[in-house]
Design a protein around this ligand. Structure first.
Ligand code: NAD
Length: 472
């Protein structure tokens, strides 16, 4: 099916902001008129979404590719199409049980009465996504919002205009605008968006903008879920198969050209093994991508500005004494940038001070596992942590003695694709979770209900206080 693309102004135009206000009021009124969609209504919405993703999958691949320059089509299908379909299917199978009120015990003094928790839709949920996975990061939270019975307004990044236009066309084909509405626009539009008094706001992006979003939400006391980023470490244990770990980490750094919040940011390897590890990463990358420039399976850096930032990180590291090992043919030109492994790294280098979000892999050496964990703890709490080749006891120590939003052992990133697991950060990498049951709970209000039996002698607790209360 060929999509009709509705043009969206890339600039923060007054019309888009006016539309936000109008649709917010419309969604709020529609929610007030139908505050508790039943299971069948919620399921119907998720099924419509799945059908649309299936029907539009080729257009999605083309639109994301156009926005990036080159975006590996298989990566788009895997993450932007299959990811949300699996997420929605998981919700379809479990929503009946998630929606059920949960019985709780009463205090002994109140025996014979009843207490339970009801999960109620919050209302209108705002969703702000970012460009690196423009569908997965907006439709994922949307699935949780719809499963929980909410209405949703979705703001997509200014860097993916074609995908934004397609998303608007696709979603307007399955939802009325008072159920789900999509917005484009740049920073001014984003600021107007997060100033709206949503009943919940889910933001995906950088910790810097996350702070701004939270400040704006505070004015309305809007609860926020912040899906942010950070420097996710990959610890390669002393007994790890170095080549195997190098292959997994190279894949994590090359998938979407490292522009992924859960990419391994840097590797920690045992003292004396960084050269061997760097060579193994180079070999693995070369096997995955025999060529880089013009390879349709190797994703471009999204804009020239983002590419320039990455080149600057490399220049800074080289100027400060690091050794750079390029893994491919056009490491320094164009927006398809081959992976560069950096050894001889120190803390003064910019690439150890900020999230890399691209195909650059700093490699640091450690003496003991304790030292590697201390290095991880010294920085902000990351979104993910990866560990390779540790004994079960060492894995337990890493899990208990470091903090990270989520962990994959013996590989990278795959915990995010398990839709029965919650996804979210901690500290600088975010707060709150979505995916699966946790997403449903996050976007529902857990309402406590206590029901007194009419005959229950509650008067015993009224003044004048008798023996019962005096003896407590
Ligand atoms: P960003 O924070 O610059 O932008 C994110 C989104 O916020 C964009 O859509 C942008 O239009 C919007 N925005 C910009 N200014 C805003 C404002 N003042 N108010 C509201 N919205 C505003 O992030 P980015 O550079 O586009 O993305 C990279 C960052 O996102 C990295 O830190 C990465 O780790 C993180 N990320 C996190 C996840 C996750 O799920 N945790 C996923 C992808 C990316």
């Amino acid at each position: 099916m060929s999509a009709v693309l509705t043009p969206i102004s890339l600039h923060a135009d007054a019309a888009e902001i006016e539309r936000m206000h109008r649709l917010f009021d419309m969604q709020r009124n529609a929610f007030a008129a139908a505050p508790y969609p039943d299971l069948a209504a919620r399921k119907a919405k998720l099924r419509r979404l799945i059908d649309a993703l299936r029907r539009y999958q080729n257009e999605i691949v083309a639109a994301v590719n156009d926005d990036f320059g080159v975006r590996a089509g298989a990566e788009t299908k895997l993450v932007e199409v299959m990811g949300p379909i699996l997420e929605a299917r998981h919700a379809l199978s479990h929503m009946r049980s998630w929606m059920k009120p949960r019985r709780r015990s009463t205090e002994m003094l109140f025996l014979t009465n009843s207490a339970w928790v009801e999960y109620q839709p919050k209302g209108v949920v705002g969703i702000i996504g970012t460009w690196n996975f423009p569908l997965y990061l907006t439709i994922g939270p949307l699935i949780a919002a719809l499963a929980a019975g909410n209405r949703a307004m979705v703001k997509v990044s200014e860097f993916t205009p074609r995908t934004t236009a397609l998303l608007r066309t696709m979603l307007s084909g399955c939802f009325a605008e008072d159920e789900v509405a999509v917005f484009g626009g740049a920073v001014e539009a984003a600021q107007a968006f997060n100033a709206l008094p949503f009943n919940h706001l889910v933001f995906t992006g950088s910790p810097r903008v996350g702070r701004e979003v939270m400040r704006a939400a505070a004015d309305n006391l809007t609860p926020v879920t912040l899906e942010l980023g950070g420097k996710s470490p990959a610890i390669v244990g002393p007994d790890a198969d170095l080549r195997d770990a190098a292959l997994r980490i190279a894949h994590g750094k090359a998938f979407n050209a490292g522009q992924i919040c859960v990419a391994p940011d840097y590797a920690l390897v045992p003292r004396g093994s960084s050269n061997e590890f760097a060579a193994a990463v180079r070999e693995a990358f070369g096997k995955l991508y025999p060529s880089v420039g013009g390879n349709p399976e190797y994703t471009s850096i999204v804009t020239e500005r983002h590419a320039a930032r990455l080149r600057q990180l490399l220049d800074d590291a080289r100027a400060k004494g690091a050794t750079l090992l390029s893994c491919g043919d056009v490491a320094r030109t164009g927006r398809q940038m081959a992976l560069t492994v950096v050894t001889g790294v120190n803390d003064r280098m910019q690439l150890m001070q900020e999230e890399i979000f691209g195909p650059i892999l700093p490699v640091l050496e450690y003496d003991r596992l304790d030292d590697a964990m201390a290095l991880v703890r010294r920085g902000d709490r990351p979104l993910s942590l990866y560990a390779f080749g540790l004994s079960p006891a060492e894995q337990r120590r890493v899990l208990r003695e470091t903090h990270a939003g989520g962990v994959t052992l013996n590989d990278w990133g795959w915990h995010v694709f398990q839709h029965d697991l919650p996804f979210g950060g901690i500290g600088n990498s975010g707060m709150g979770t979505y995916h699966g049951e946790e997403g449903f709970r996050e976007l529902s209000h857990a309402k406590s209900v206590f029901k007194r039996q009419r005959w229950f002698p509650i008067g015993l607790f009224y003044p004048p206080y008798g023996n019962l209360v005096q003896r407590l």
